[in-house]
Design a protein around this ligand. Structure first.
Ligand code: AHR
Length: 501
């Protein structure tokens, strides 16, 4: 008998899954940029770490956010362009980082290095401009430096710095967590700042640039903050023409769970916290629907993932990479698929070495974490049409909260031309599950069915390192067919991807 039954309603479209939903985030924090993405080792081409570049290229990441995080609202982009030996060394107000572990920024990695990295790995850049301690002028100049093809001092400066053509940066964030590290602003105060910045950064873009730019405002997890922000934005005399394309929020979870000491009850709790993502997305979409009815504003989650007590400012927010973290990422990616009608981008924090990074490095090597494997397994969903799935699953009540329960099996599905792709996660860290997948309207007799399984042989708290990283790679999943239903066994804490063509 099946433990969970999943029905894929192949004709019930939700929306296209924006590829950008599989996006990433990198900040000048700890060993993310310095040592992670970039090295001063002159044997590497342009300072990029080739091993990391290769892993990122293989994953075909659609978008990369930079330079922060909190760092963004104290970053002055002109410090990081031009000859490296002339760039000023500055404080890093928020984070220790780099080889010397100091709260200082060498500015060796700046705009041109970042944008050339994006070109190397074929990803769309997303730049976060400084609203907290910067000026609208500085932000508008940054857009001009990056994107203008005309005859101005800033466009020429970019050419002198080695990039003849405009970079064509499409995504521009105006601030980060401006209710907190980005200036401690009220929603109304931030909305007024946003309007001031967007006036100079966004409204002239049609005249100056050959391509569209999209502006991203910082929101909050709570409905009220977003509602007040949007109401103040609506006071713009330009009305709906006023540039505001996306609103963001951040969701971290697992802060109460030390990876090395946690038990299975805490695993359940952390997974429930991860699934709260659903409520956050719905609340933000609700605020947009209620207040900004005539605008088309996408929801972005531009920081998300686990943040365990092991990750402190002192250690550059480093924490172990485990199957459990990867399971939570799978559960959240399913949530994202269910909300493809409102989500325009997400960025897991952070790409290399920091928090729920996908890649970890030491001096000599770089390796994929279990979360990297999940993104790889979910890659066929990118750009496909998400369809409704119903999941009939057992649940477990949390040991310390009888009002919360964990659905032990999660799933999502998408359809693209002739392929239906279904991802299924056994979130139960204690027991295996037999799952049945019924696909409405799909003739399984003539279909080619292929399944892959992650983490069948690993305990949920097993920590990845350079020596065991390959053991987390996907293996074949045995899928049998019983008339219109697929059947598979999912061991405890595993993730499966099933392709039906
Ligand atoms: O990702 C680490 C920090 O978390 C970011 O700098 C900030 O935006 C968030 O609070």
């Amino acid at each position: 008998m099946a433990n969970a039954r999943i029905t894929v309603h192949t004709a019930a479209d939700i929306d296209r899954i924006a590829p950008e939903v599989h996006g990433h985030f990198s900040e000048h924090l700890g060993r993310c940029v310095y040592e992670g993405l970039w090295t001063s080792d002159s044997s590497e081409e342009n300072g990029f770490r080739e091993d990391v570049v290769e892993l990122l290229s293989d994953l075909e990441i659609p978008v990369l956010r930079w330079p922060g995080g909190c760092f963004a609202d104290d970053y002055h982009w002109e410090d990081g362009v031009g000859p490296q030996e002339e760039r000023p060394r500055r404080r890093n107000l928020f984070w220790a980082q780099g080889p010397e572990d100091l709260p200082e920024e060498s500015n060796a990695f700046g705009t041109d290095e970042f944008l050339q990295l994006c070109e190397r790995i074929d990803t769309e850049p997303y730049l976060a401009a400084n609203v907290g301690s910067g000026t609208p002028q500085e932000a508008a100049n940054w857009v001009e430096y990056c994107n203008y093809d005309g005859d101005t001092e800033l466009a020429d400066r970019r050419r002198d710095n080695g990039h003849e053509e405009p970079y064509g940066v499409k995504y521009w964030g105006l601030g980060n967590e401006n209710w907190g590290c980005g200036g401690q602003m009220s929603p109304e105060q931030y909305a007024r700042e946003y309007r001031r910045y967007a006036t100079y950064v966004g409204t002239q873009s049609n005249l100056m640039f050959d391509h569209d730019i999209e502006l991203i405002a910082c929101g909050f997890e709570g409905h009220e903050w977003n509602r007040r922000f949007l109401e103040e934005i609506n006071q713009s005399r330009w009305g709906v023409e006023f540039p505001l394309d996306h609103l963001t929020l951040h969701h971290y979870y697992g802060r109460g769970m030390n990876v090395d000491e946690a038990d299975e009850d805490q695993y359940d709790r952390m997974l429930v916290e991860a699934l709260e993502m659903e409520r956050h997305i719905e609340r933000m979409a609700g605020a947009i629907n209620a207040v900004a009815t005539t605008r088309d504003i996408g929801v972005i989650i531009d920081e998300w993932g686990t943040w365990h007590p092991e990750a402190t400012a002192d250690n550059g927010l480093e924490q172990p990479g485990t199957v459990l973290d990867a399971l939570s990422a799978a559960a959240v990616l399913d949530v994202f698929n269910h909300h493809s009608d409102v989500l325009t981008m997400t960025n897991i924090a952070q790409t290399v070495n920091v928090l729920q990074c996908l890649i970890e490095t030491d001096e000599d090597e770089a390796w994929a974490r279990p979360t990297y494997r999940v993104f790889d397994l979910y890659a066929p969903h990118k750009g496909s049409e998400a369809v409704q799935t119903s999941v009939d699953t057992p649940t477990r009540e949390l040991d310390d909260d009888e009002d919360s329960e964990l659905p032990l099996v999660g799933a999502s599905a998408s359809v693209d031309d002739d392929e239906t792709y279904v991802t299924v996660t056994n979130l139960d860290c204690r027991e295996e599950k037999t799952i049945e997948v019924a696909l409405e309207g799909v003739d399984l007799d003539s279909a080619t069915i292929e399944g892959e399984l992650l983490f069948a042989d690993q305990e949920p708290d097993l920590e990845v390192d350079a020596d065991n990283a390959d053991e987390f790679a996907a293996e074949e999943l045995d899928v049998s067919v019983d008339s219109d239903t697929l059947i598979a066994e999912l061991p405890a804490s595993t993730v499966a991807g099933i392709s039906i063509q």
